[in-house]
Write a new protein. Structure first.
Length: 198
């Protein structure tokens, strides 16, 4: 009958134990790497989910400095949309706007302008046949940057472009000449037609 000493048993089991420790360590490291990959992707997934589920697009027009489309967080108010559009112009009548109203996706936010009396017109003969009490039209030939900036959809940049075009090409012969100014299209011209004169 063979006699096996304790030292021989330990010698036989040592390689087996070393192999088990090595395999276990690889499994732990692999699991940790997988968890790290998941943690690294989590902000990306959450960001995409936020863009799809917690954002909305609104159209801001009227007496604001930069009319256009804006993306805001879900839960934003009309006041937030107006601020994103550069704020209201001096002519804006914010008393007619519920600034606390919540926004919904696809909403158009309209900021009305206060009507100004035709101060420089002769009584009984308003310029351009405009009715008494209607706001005075702004002359494209003499308007300052500040005056142009009060027009709906015309911010500081577009106002400067109008002045630059006027200095380079001379006075506007008609309101339709605004089509030559970068950033002003047919839709904007129709919006301005009753508010400006050549």
């Amino acid at each position: 009958m063979l006699s096996v000493t304790r030292a021989q048993v330990v010698g036989l089991l040592a390689p087996v134990l070393a192999l088990l420790v090595f395999v276990g360590a690889r499994h732990v490291r692999s699991g940790s790497a997988d968890e790290q990959r998941v943690d690294a992707l989590r902000p990306v997934v959450e960001n995409v989910r936020g863009a799809d589920g917690r954002r909305l697009v609104v159209h801001v027009v009227g007496a604001v400095r930069r009319a256009g489309l804006y993306r805001l967080a879900d839960g934003a108010r009309i006041d937030d949309a107006i601020r994103r559009a550069g704020g209201a112009t001096p002519r804006a009548d914010l008393a007619l706007v519920n600034l606390a109203a919540p926004l919904v996706d696809g909403q158009q936010v309209i900021v009305p302008a206060r009507e100004r009396p035709a101060g420089g017109d002769t009584v009984g003969s308003p310029a351009g046949g405009r009715s008494p009490g209607a706001p005075a039209a702004i002359s494209l030939a003499t308007a300052t940057l500040e005056q142009l900036d009060t027009l709906p959809g015309i911010g500081p940049v577009t106002a400067q472009r109008i002045v630059d075009w006027r200095q380079a090409h001379g006075p506007f012969s008609s309101v339709d000449d605004l089509d030559a100014v970068p950033g002003i299209g047919e839709a904007r011209i129709e919006q301005l037609r009753d508010l400006v004169t050549p």
